[in-house]
Design a binder for this molecule. Structure first.
Ligand code: HEC
Ligand code: HEC
Ligand code: HEC
Ligand code: HEC
Ligand code: HEC
Ligand code: HEC
Ligand code: HEC
Ligand code: HEC
Length: 451
């Protein structure tokens, strides 16, 4: 009799042993669809994705056949794509200092029926140091350029959107999968990449208003007034520029990574700026500012950023507390189980959870949530992130605007919560009826069928 419990011990052990390979098989299977990443079975690529993520999607044209040498490529393409040839001719690649030209074929191959588009590895075959720096960024985690593509593709809300939005994600997040985001093809000009315009095609708009806050700052205004007369052929180091650009601060010394000094990580969660790791990063920032400012003065300016963040998080946590109270009392409506789960989120189908705040996964709670949760989302994702970028980049207008908006949002959320509490049963019945509409509404079904 006494032995029995010992035998039962094997059951969980065997289940655990089977679960590990089953988990690997599941991930492997889910990645084997027409798309890419964790949700590859839920979407299929458009033809332009071949250019944004060539490693995953590019296959050569087969309309021209033949194996050509570099000068032949240039000759024929002078007629086919004259703009490309002109840009190439004006680039360092056409006239390097100490070797023959880097012809079209160096990046695209010689066989016209087996062309390729250069991935970072291809550029890295000649620019090993820059490529290695770029890859090394991965160790700093998200957000980062080197991991940007997988970050977008593996986001739980990624394939739950209309096709046009899915495409937009990959255009910006392609900064990870090709090297021509900042020095555009076929000029590949370092001077172009040093200027702020190289970054703002992607770094603008409400969740990341880097464009808006930089150009409103003292630095941006000096750039606007004088930038055209600066000598952009000079590297981004001390003494070469009167005011800093995006790359001056975030790729200091020309180092090809943007995440190494990042502390606040986009502003979406609270961090402790005083950990030893962050103290090292802060020191690097102060060294950078000290190219032009006094060190103590710079340290104080950056401490003001931390103070602004502390204030912002007090407001955000207050709003989260209101939502958590509603959830506890069953007043979030539609409730977690009454709306469509994110695709592949089978755990959520079995065990629906309202996710309130970053640490519960609010990072993905965009639109299939109750109205009051959506209000919180906008407060956190737009008002808060706007204030953060204002504080980080020295745009005090954006800071006060962001905080005023957060104050209003907190008031509205508190007010709305009180209303939900007093409205009680009656109104809840109404929203429960519309919950069915959410779970399988026209919008949700259409997106799922057309991605
Ligand atoms: C005899 C003319 C000719 C020569 C020589 C030639 N090309 Fe092309 N190339 C074309 C034409 C025409 C197209 C457009 C094909 C199409 O759109 O189907 C093209 C398209 C391309 C593309 C775009 C492929 C895509 O999928 O968008 C690349 C890259 C390219 N060529 C590179 C090269 C390289 C590298 C060489 C030399 C090894 C070369 N070409 C030599 C005529 C030529
Ligand atoms: C230093 C590398 C490099 C060289 C040299 C180069 N290309 Fe490209 N080319 C690229 C990159 C990067 C892309 C964009 C790839 C992507 O979108 O994934 C590209 C894209 C293209 C495309 C397709 C997209 C478009 O804009 O139409 C064509 C066509 C093309 N190149 C032709 C040429 C020709 C012709 C030459 C020579 C005159 C040449 N390339 C030289 C790197 C190079
Ligand atoms: C076959 C080798 C080779 C390949 C492949 C190559 N490059 Fe280059 N690259 C060079 C050489 C050589 C120079 C010129 C260096 C000089 O003149 O000092 C250069 C210069 C550059 C410059 C500096 C331009 C400037 O304004 O100073 C950039 C940026 C650049 N390459 C980017 C790229 C990118 C991006 C790719 C991939 C799409 C790439 N290269 C692929 C050899 C290569
Ligand atoms: C083609 C689009 C694109 C361009 C151009 C671009 N970026 Fe980014 N950048 C992104 C994306 C996408 C992310 C977020 C990646 C993620 O989610 O992990 C990002 C992230 C960043 C981060 C955040 C790192 C962190 O840890 O929070 C910084 C800083 C940054 N970029 C600076 C720059 C600078 C400076 C330039 C210009 C020299 C630039 N970027 C050009 C798309 C771009
Ligand atoms: C206009 C360019 C652009 C578009 C379009 C875009 N992103 Fe981003 N994304 C960025 C930039 C820039 C950042 C980095 C912001 C920062 O660090 O301030 C970012 C950050 C992120 C993050 C990072 C947050 C984190 O914790 O790492 C995720 C996830 C993300 N984007 C997913 C998506 C998805 C999914 C889509 C499409 C629905 C999308 N993005 C569309 C530019 C873009
Ligand atoms: C986020 C923007 C951005 C991306 C993405 C980017 N670069 Fe650059 N690149 C720059 C900037 C800025 C400079 C000028 C650096 C300086 O002033 O020293 C530059 C300069 C260069 C140069 C010129 C010579 C040198 O070493 O300074 C090369 C080569 C180069 N990049 C290669 C690459 C390669 C390879 C990749 C892809 C792995 C890449 N770049 C991706 C922004 C970028
Ligand atoms: C004077 C230097 C400076 C300039 C110029 C600058 N930034 Fe920043 N940026 C910062 C600082 C400081 C932070 C906050 C870093 C931290 O503590 O995490 C920041 C944060 C960011 C972040 C979020 C990453 C993070 O660490 O949270 C992005 C993305 C970003 N900047 C992009 C840009 C872009 C794009 C431009 C140009 C339009 C630009 N920056 C200009 C200093 C600068
Ligand atoms: C390449 C030089 C340069 C670098 C690097 C630089 N700045 Fe500046 N900054 C200037 C100049 C020039 C001005 C305008 C003159 C002034 O106010 O000192 C300025 C102005 C400012 C202002 C507005 C001051 C006021 O009184 O209105 C702030 C704030 C600021 N910088 C913060 C920073 C911070 C923080 C860093 C580092 C993350 C930094 N700067 C890096 C050159 C630089």
């Amino acid at each position: 009799m006494k032995r029995r419990p010992v035998r039962y011990v094997w059951i969980p052990v065997i289940i655990a042993l089977l679960a590990v390979p089953a988990g690997f098989l599941y991930v492997d299977w889910s990645k084997s669809g027409a798309g890419d990443g964790l949700y590859s079975r839920k979407w299929s690529p458009e033809s332009v994705f071949a250019y944004w993520n060539p490693k995953a999607f590019y296959t050569s044209v087969e309309t021209v056949s033949g194996v050509f040498g570099g000068p032949q490529c240039v000759n024929c393409h002078q007629a086919v794509t004259p703009g490309i040839v002109r840009d190439w001719q004006a680039s360092r690649h056409a006239q390097p200092a100490d070797r023959g030209p880097v012809y079209c074929s160096a990046c695209h191959g010689n066989n016209h029926e087996n062309l390729h588009l250069p991935t970072p590895e291809v550029c890295g075959s000649c620019h090993a140091a820059r490529h290695a720096e770029f890859e090394d960024e991965k160790r700093f985690g998200f957000p980062s350029h080197a991991l940007a593509m997988e970050r977008a593709q593996d986001a739980p809300h990624f394939v739950d959107k209309p096709k046009a939005e899915v495409s937009a994600c990959l255009q910006c997040h392609s900064v990870a999968t090709k090297c021509d985001s900042c020095h555009t093809r076929h000029r590949f000009s370092a001077a172009e990449a040093r200027r702020p315009e190289a970054c703002i095609t992607c770094h603008s708009g409400p969740p990341h208003p880097d464009d808006e806050t930089y150009f409103a700052s003292a630095h941006g205004r000096i750039y606007l007034a004088e930038g055209d007369s600066w000598d952009w052929s000079r590297p981004l180091v001390k003494g070469n520029y009167r005011a800093p650009t995006c790359a001056y601060c975030h790729m200091s010394g020309g180092r090809h990574q943007v995440a190494d000094k990042s502390m606040w990580k986009f502003g979406i969660k609270q961090i402790n700026p005083l950990t030893s790791n962050n103290a090292v990063k802060r020191k690097q920032w102060v060294v950078l500012c000290s190219d032009c400012h006094a060190a103590d003065w710079s340290r104080d300016r950056l401490a003001e950023l931390d103070a602004e963040r502390k204030q912002a998080w007090e407001k955000l946590y207050a709003a989260e507390a209101v939502l958590k109270g509603l959830r506890k009392d069953g007043l979030l409506s539609p409730a977690a189980g009454e709306r469509p789960p994110y695709p592949n989120d089978w755990l959520d189908t079995l065990w629906p959870r309202a996710r309130i705040g970053f640490f519960e996964g609010q990072a993905s709670a965009f639109y299939n949530v109750s109205p009051i949760e959506r209000d919180y989302f906008e407060m956190w994702y737009f008002d808060n992130l706007g204030a953060y970028k204002g504080a980080a980049h020295g745009d005090s207008g954006a800071v006060s605007q962001g905080h005023a908006a957060m104050d209003n949002a907190l008031k509205a959320i508190t007010h709305q919560a009180a209303r939900l509490r007093s409205a009680g049963e009656e109104e809840q019945g109404e929203t429960a009826a519309s919950a069915e509409l959410w779970r399988s509404g026209e919008y949700t079904d259409f997106n799922r069928e057309h991605n």
